[in-house]
Ligand binder design. Structure first.
Ligand SMILES: [Mg+2]
Length: 140
C-alpha cells in the first residue's frame, strides 16, 4: 500500500491509488484508543473499528476481512494478548500492516512480534509526533 506524504514529508491517511487508509485499533486502554483515533483522524486516516481486547479485535478483523489496511495492536491485553492476535490476523491476511503498541519492558515480546510479521512498534506513552513519524517510516 502506497500512501501520500505531505509537503513536510509526514504521512497522510490517503492512498496513492485513492481512498483512505483504514485502521483497526486494538487496545485495552480506552485512553490509548481515544488518543490514537484522534491522531489518525487528524491525518486523514479512516478508523474502521476499535476493540478493547485481542479476541474482540480478531472478530472485527474477520468481519471486515480485506478492508483493513493497518492494525495497531497493544501487546498486553486481557482475553487474547497482542502476540496471539498478531498470529491470528497474519494467518487470515499476510499482507495487512500491523504495528505493535508496547509499554517499556516488553522488548522480548516486540522481537517476537517482528519475527511474526509486525512491521514496527510504538512505545507508550502515546505521543502525537512520535506516532506520526513512526507510521510514516512504516508505510514508506
Ligand atoms: Mg494493554
Amino acid at each position: 500500500m502506497a500512501i501520500i506524504f505531505d509537503e513536510n514529508g509526514l504521512p497522510t491517511g490517503r492512498k496513492v491509488e485513492g481512498g483512505h487508509v483504514r485502521v483497526l485499533i486494538v487496545d485495552d486502554s480506552q485512553f490509548v484508543i481515544k488518543h490514537l483515533t484522534q491522531i489518525f483522524m487528524s491525518r486523514d486516516f479512516e478508523i474502521a473499528g476499535t476493540a478493547e481486547n485481542g479476541k474482540a479485535g480478531l472478530e472485527l478483523f474477520k468481519s471486515m476481512k480485506g478492508q483493513i489496511d493497518l492494525v495497531t495492536l497493544d501487546i498486553t491485553m486481557p482475553e487474547m494478548d497482542g502476540i496471539e492476535t498478531l498470529k491470528a490476523i497474519k494467518a487470515l491476511d499476510p499482507n495487512v500492516t500491523v504495528v505493535m503498541i508496547t509499554a517499556l519492558g516488553t522488548v522480548e515480546s516486540v522481537k517476537e512480534a517482528i519475527k511474526l510479521g509486525a512491521k514496527g512498534y510504538i512505545v507508550k506513552p502515546i505521543d502525537r509526533e512520535k506516532v506520526i513519524e513512526r507510521i510514516g517510516q512504516i508505510l514508506k
